[in-house]
Design a protein around this ligand. Structure first.
Ligand code: GLU
Length: 423
């Protein structure tokens, strides 16, 4: 049986996409309209103003959000994004996807997401520290290791988490490392957290390639995004022998039909801050990267990049979603018709939150695992989820996205049923 969506003419916003996916799962599971309403809306949302004193003494005000979509299976969990396009609906969608991701991977959390509408490239580290501390202090009543645990996302990193942890700890009067994950290792971070999302993407990419008879050393890949997720994904696929034909970042894209030299490209990016003008490559239109003749495409940048407009021109046989929400429902349908396998975000990029969970567990026990242990446990969980989702999809004739969403929604709905509705 296949879930059918009533697809509209145009691509939807991320929130409408997320709600349409939920609707498909609710219908498949024959759950009530009340359940849909409960899960389509966040449990708690907060919007704050963040006044910043600039280094030159001028003042500027930013808007920040934190959306806690669900706490039924445990504390809310999810990253904080610094990006000029952040708005409340986007954060709502991302928070909902975190709930499904945590449920699918069976980590004991609900879902949340935060964001500040700021372009971090235009501000000094001292300014970003002040923004982070003010944003955190506005959220203190709703944060905590048993309430809501932020982590890095687009535009934020382990320094951001150190400032959040410190601001929260100073306010409550004692050090609380478990209030965030993705911390620096010297503050209780976990080995392997930094590259966890990329490692997880590559674990499932290799499994998906195998399922399509694509041997890594005879396959090619294009990666959109060369940040926390895309850079590691390109590198680990290159380590596995796959030829990386093209990568892009926010400044442009580079291409080499015989494969990019990844270590040299990394050195170039460390030196110049961008992939652009890398020796041993031609420049490429960023949008055309998605349409290259490659075996595997890894969108690892923004949501909404694969649309009804460009999907018919995608040549990859496998798409592995490093980003959250890169594919519209319309594009999904086109990929299905063209027999392109899509490994959905809530499965493909779950490595980050899995190692966030490992960081939280290690912190609770004050006992630290080696990098090799973290990597092995991550690998086991990713492959376990891959097996579970692919066999559910096969058994019910579903796409991997529908299968993953249905499995996740079923777990959350079951937890809710057992807890009951209060009062
Ligand atoms: N921001 C990452 C994500 O979208 C990680 C979240 C976390 O570790 O809590 O999955």
């Amino acid at each position: 049986m296949t879930t059918t969506l009533n697809l509209p003419e145009a691509d939807l916003s991320p929130l409408d996409e997320a709600r349409a996916q939920l609707r498909g799962a609710i219908d498949f599971l024959e759950l009530s309209e009340g359940k849909y309403q409960m899960l389509a809306n966040a449990r708690r949302e907060i919007t704050v103003s963040i006044p910043l004193r600039r280094d030159d003494g001028e003042q500027e005000v930013f808007t920040g959000h934190r959306v806690q979509h669900n706490f039924t299976r445990g504390p809310a969990k999810g990253g904080v994004r610094y990006d000029p396009h952040v708005d409340l609906d986007e954060v709502r969608a991302l928070a909902m996807w975190m709930t499904w991701k945590c449920a699918l991977l069976d980590v004991p959390y609900g879902g949340a997401k935060g964001g500040v509408a700021i372009d971090p490239r235009n501000y000094s580290p001292a300014e970003l520290e002040r923004v982070t501390r003010r944003y955190t202090s506005e959220l203190i009543p709703i944060l905590g290791p048993e309430k809501d645990i932020p982590a890095p996302d687009m535009g934020t990193d382990e320094n951001t988490m150190a400032w959040m942890m410190d601001t929260y700890s100073v306010a409550v009067g004692h050090t609380v490392p478990g209030v965030v994950t993705g911390k620096p290792i010297s503050l209780g971070g976990s080995h392997g957290r930094r590259e966890a999302t990329s490692r997880g993407v590559v674990d499932v990419a290799l499994a998906a390639m195998e399922s399509r008879g694509l041997a890594p050393e005879r396959s090619t890949v294009a990666v959109q995004g060369f940040g926390k997720v895309g850079r590691g994904a390109a590198r680990f696929l290159w380590d596995a022998g796959t030829r990386v034909l093209a990568v892009s970042d926010q400044y442009g894209a580079v291409h080499n039909p015989s494969g990019l030299d990844l270590p040299a490209l990394e050195a170039h990016v460390d030196r110049t801050g961008s992939v652009v003008d890398f020796d041993g490559s031609d420049s490429l239109d960023r949008d055309l990267l998605l349409e290259l003749e490659v075996d595997v495409l890894v969108p690892a940048a923004l949501e909404g990049v694969l649309t009804r407009e460009n999907a018919p021109r995608v040549h990859a046989k496998v798409i592995v979603e490093g980003a959250n929400g890169p594919t519209s429902a319309q594009a999904d349908q086109i990929f299905k018709d063209n027999d392109i396998l899509v490994v959905p975000d809530i499965l493909a990029n779950a490595g980050g939150v899995i190692v966030s969970y490992f960081e939280w567990v290690q912190g609770n026990q004050s006992y630290w695992w080696s990098a090799a242990e973290v990597e092995e446990r991550l690998h086991t969980r990713m492959l376990g989820a891959w097996e579970a989702v692919t066999s559910y999809a096969r058994a019910h004739d579903l796409s991997l996205r529908s299968a993953a969403t249905i499995m996740a929604v079923e777990r959350v709905a079951e937890a809710h049923r057992l807890r009951g509705l209060y009062p």
